[in-house]
Design a binder for this molecule. Structure first.
Ligand code: SF4
Length: 239
């Protein structure tokens, strides 16, 4: 299958079937911790990257052929091999996926396009949005996420705050912590102030445990992660 992958079991989402809305590593970030490798196309261009009907046919086929396993799925997850919100048809696809199955739909996104009202509107029907925010200082943002030069950190924060006002479903904010880059407690305290504004239902902190293509990328140590969890408060959990 080209667009459907998994199911994958994770602590975060349980059992989820993945849908990829972009070709391999079409992204507007090139995160140092990305498990998929280097971004091959660093772009801000939003377009219909894949044939939506092909994706829906694959999904229908998978559900027909795996009826028993489908019953155990916790989510159909829009994520995949790049930034899914670069796909302009994401809203239409979500509506059609909801017509194919009643399994809850989640979207994993780097949050960089949530400042666009149309993008937030496109996500209103999903059950769960998992956006990420790793930094609230421009230097750390650039070091961690190596974004497309047109992306502004303040727009991302605004977009997340607007999403909270408009979106009735669950928002679980993911923060990736990399040792020596964004694990300073001063930075985490600033992050906490921004997170209070965004008001997600949960904050999930993660640290890169699997191999990344970059050298010298290490997880934060456990004591540090516990301290970060303490600063970020009750809604925070370590993945
Ligand atoms: S946003 Fe996601 S897909 Fe894009 S580079 Fe970062 S981790 Fe990889």
């Amino acid at each position: 299958m080209k667009y459907v992958y998994g199911p994958i079991k994770s602590r975060r989402l349980g059992l989820s079937l993945g849908l990829s809305l972009t070709p391999y590593k079409v992204c507007n970030y090139d995160c140092v911790y990305c498990q998929l490798g280097k971004t091959s196309e660093l772009t801000q261009e939003r377009k219909e990257y894949i044939k939506g009907e092909d994706l829906l046919n694959e999904l229908r086929t998978w559900i027909q052929n795996n009826a028993q396993e489908a019953k155990n799925l916790n989510y159909i997850t829009i994520s995949g091999s790049g930034e899914p919100l670069l796909n302009t048809k994401v809203g239409e696809l979500i509506t059609k996926i909801k017509g194919v199955t009643s399994i809850p739909v989640a979207v994993i996104t780097n949050a960089s396009l949530l400042n666009i009202a149309q993008v937030r509107q496109a996500l209103l029907e999903v059950d769960l949005i998992v956006p990420s925010l790793d930094a609230v200082s421009i230097e750390i943002f650039k070091q961690m996420n190596r974004p497309h030069p047109d992306i502004k950190l303040e727009h991302i924060i605004e977009g997340l705050a607007d999403l909270r006002k408009e979106f009735p479903g669950k928002i679980w904010l993911e923060v990736m912590i990399v040792r020596g880059i964004n694990d300073g407690l001063g930075q985490i305290r600033k992050l906490k102030e921004i997170i209070v504004r965004i008001n997600p239902d949960k904050i999930q902190i993660n640290s890169p445990v699997r191999t990344t293509v970059e050298e010298n990328i290490f997880p934060a140590d456990k004591r540090k992660l516990n301290k970060i969890k303490e600063i970020l408060g009750d809604k925070c959990e370590i993945i």
